[in-house]
Design a protein around this ligand. Structure first.
Ligand code: GTP
Length: 270
């Protein structure tokens, strides 16, 4: 009985059905993609099997840090809320400092989490938000597809996050939100500019709508899959056994959240 209880504590509850990824998620457009392949790497696939066979205890699960940046009002919070909670808030409430969500996945039978950091776009909160840029495995630069200036500003945002990160160990995404606001020809025009900027940034481009939900799930699945595969590949390169991982692990939602509270990140102000 005691053994059973310990085992229940050591392993997380099952991931919800709509967070299970088997097939390798595809890009939005091949014109601005980080990976054009259609399946997982063969070596990574082999490592998945090892992981499944020696399923990690809850205190050793892999987690990747995702940092979302972009101008105020472009829709960062709405994008996270649409994916994590399946809600859409019509009224604008500025993010104060930073906030975060943890989203759990099951990727080819292996548990994996994304720790998604939502940062404030308002200048006055930058001093808080920038303290959380470090250690990102994924950087998502967000713009409002109906506001071309916010697209041009993404380069500056990326530069700021990159000051705290190693360009070789990050995936960069450029995401245009609010596609529901544009007619098809307008959207195509802006997307062409975005594809060009994405190429300059070495980023993968996506266009989404948090209001209608268009591409939101597909986008986050793609983020999770690339981050997960990258973390497995890195472990293999370092010769770390796939079942142990190398530091980017998650202890538990509760502990991580408690650590977050220690940093006083939740809705704090400058
Ligand atoms: N029509 C439409 N409106 C959206 C969409 N996404 C966000 N919005 C609206 O845009 C406004 C800003 O959204 P937020 O998600 O709060 O923006 P933010 O980038 O997090 O803003 P900061 O917290 O200030 O950095 C809100 O009024 C949302 O309702 C979308 O896909 N379509």
């Amino acid at each position: 009985m005691q053994d059973h209880r310990n085992r229940m504590k050591a392993f997380p509850p099952p991931v919800s059905k709509d967070r299970i990824i088997w097939e390798f998620p595809q890009c939005y457009t091949s014109k601005a993609s980080l990976q054009l392949k259609t399946d997982w790497d063969i070596q990574a696939k082999a490592a998945f099997k090892v992981q499944v066979a020696r399923l990690q205890p809850w205190d050793r699960q892999k987690v990747s840090k995702v940092v979302m940046v972009g101008d105020l009002n472009v829709g960062k919070t709405c994008l996270i809320n649409r994916f994590c909670k399946d809600v859409f808030e019509r009224d604008y409430k500025a993010t104060i400092g930073v906030d975060f969500e943890i989203e759990r996945f099951d990727i080819s039978g292996v548990p994996f989490s994304l720790q998604i950091w939502d940062t404030a776009g308002q200048e006055k909160f930058k001093c808080i938000a920038s303290a959380y840029y470090r250690g990102a495995q994924v950087i998502i630069t967000v713009f409002d597809i109906a506001d071309i200036q916010s697209l041009y500003h993404t380069c500056q945002w990326l530069e700021e996050v990159m000051r705290e990160n190693d360009p070789d160990s990050c995936f960069i995404f450029l995401v245009g939100t609010k596609t529901d606001l544009l007619a098809s020809d307008e959207r195509q025009k802006t997307e062409r500019v975005a594809v060009r900027i994405a190429a300059e940034m070495h980023a993968e481009f996506w266009a989404v709508s948090s209001k209608t939900g268009e591409n939101v799930r597909a986008f986050f699945f793609r983020v999770a899959a690339l981050a997960f595969e990258n973390s497995i590949t890195k472990d293999m390169e370092k010769g770390v056994p796939a079942c142990i991982g190398n530091g980017d692990t998650i202890k538990s939602d509760r502990i991580t959240l408690a650590e977050g509270t220690n940093h006083q990140v939740k809705r704090s102000c400058c």
